[in-house]
Design a protein around this ligand. Structure first.
Ligand SMILES: CC(C)(COP(=O)(O)OP(=O)(O)OC[C@H]1O[C@@H](n2cnc3c(N)ncnc32)[C@H](O)[C@@H]1OP(=O)(O)O)[C@@H](O)C(=O)NCCC(=O)NCCS
Length: 323
């Protein structure tokens, strides 16, 4: 069976910066945001769509992979903030970057989306169906944020992309473990805008088209579910946490990441984070942090990278990549 390896990475964030001071008017403050969440600033779109950011990330990933858009066989895009309810944002990206030979579809797993999309892309490569797969995580949560509430501090906009390709070598993504628990569907949700509660003047007035979050439930789910999943992935591969070169996690809050690292026994200097600059970019977090790490660090054959994510649904999972 072929394996799926990373051939190139790219990312794209909007130019507009919002610092924490912006949130003083909704009752928050810089000290609270930095201490609990680890955020100094975030980027927000100014007229760009999710597919615009995704296309920017995809073009950068193609450049780093040394491929042409027409070489891509499949685009899998994870987002919770699509350009439109239909068609898929992946189709808009296919058109914008000129990937005319690619099949394109979206995946919805919110903050775990990029990890779920990566696992999907890998399956297509391992089955032999496709050779070059573009996996994208992209979100513009500024579109579903109620800017009058103080939970508007959590998210930023951004996109990352990963070009995967097929190899016969014994390396690449060697293990995924994914989980879902729909009983937690109200812990983080956008209540209106779907067929359950269609958009009306009243739902708009009540802000039900914006995300609602039970912060404590997110925290508890993250720290109770993710460490065990990471351990299970390590056990499956016969590895110890000391064998991990670095962890590239979803970026929900610095305290969540510190708690997960502590529970699995991973030194903090092995955790890669960009929360201070971008906040939580939801589906964008893992591919953006991977892009930054892939470009700035040198990995050697046999190094192991750990991926982990948790998000609405609930959804969570972990993966191992062997360089
Ligand atoms: C949200 C979170 C930081 C709250 O932490 P906590 O310690 O449980 O906070 P509490 O709700 O008990 O509130 C603690 C204090 O902070 C205050 N507070 C809450 N939100 C605030 C905000 N945005 N700005 C400033 N202060 C805030 C509360 O009023 C409370 O003040 P008090 O002690 O004077 O009463 C924490 O639960 C968390 O990190 N959750 C995960 C959220 C997340 O990752 N979301 C991304 C979705 S994937």
């Amino acid at each position: 069976m072929p394996n799926a390896i990373i051939l190139g990475t790219g990312s794209c964030v909007p130019d507009k910066i919002l610092t924490n001071h912006h949130f003083e008017k909704v009752g928050s403050n810089d000290a609270w945001i930095q201490e609990r969440l680890g955020i100094k600033e975030r980027r927000v779109v100014d007229g760009q769509t999710t597919s615009d950011l995704a296309s920017g990330a995809a073009l950068n990933a193609l450049k780093s992979a040394g491929l042409d858009a027409k070489d891509i066989d499949l685009i899998v895009l994870a987002t919770a903030t699509p350009d439109r309810p239909a068609p898929a944002t992946a189709c808009a990206v296919q058109d914008k970057i000129g990937a005319s030979n690619a099949v394109a579809f979206d995946i919805s797993a919110v903050c775990s989306g990029a990890l779920f999309a990566l696992s999907t892309g890998c399956q297509y490569i391992q089955s032999g169906m496709y050779r070059n797969v573009m996996v994208i995580g992209a979100d513009t949560f500024s579109n579903i944020t109620d800017w009058e509430r103080r939970d508007s501090v959590f998210f930023g906009d951004g996109a990352g992309a990963i070009v995967l390709t097929s190899t016969d070598e014994e390396r690449g993504f060697i293990k995924f473990e994914l989980h879902s628990d729909g009983a937690g569907k109200d812990g983080f949700t956008v209540p209106a805008g779907g067929c359950e509660t269609p958009t009306t003047e009243e739902t708009m007035k009540q802000g039900l088209h914006c995300f609602q979050m039970d912060g404590k439930a997110v925290f508890e789910t993250a720290v109770s579910k993710v460490p065990g999943t990471i351990q299970s992935v390590l056990d499956h591969c016969g590895l110890h946490i000391d064998d991990i070169c670095c962890m590239l996690p979803h970026q929900p809050s610095i305290r969540i990441l510190e708690e997960i690292a502590s529970r699995i026994g991973l030194p903090w200097d092995k955790v890669r984070t960009n929360m201070d600059r971008y906040a939580n970019t939801s589906g964008g977090t893992i591919p953006i942090v991977l892009d930054e790490t892939w470009r700035s660090e040198k990995f050697h054959a046999g190094d192991h990278l750990l991926f982990a994510a948790v998000g609405a649904g609930w959804t969570w999972g972990a993966a191992l990549y062997k360089c």
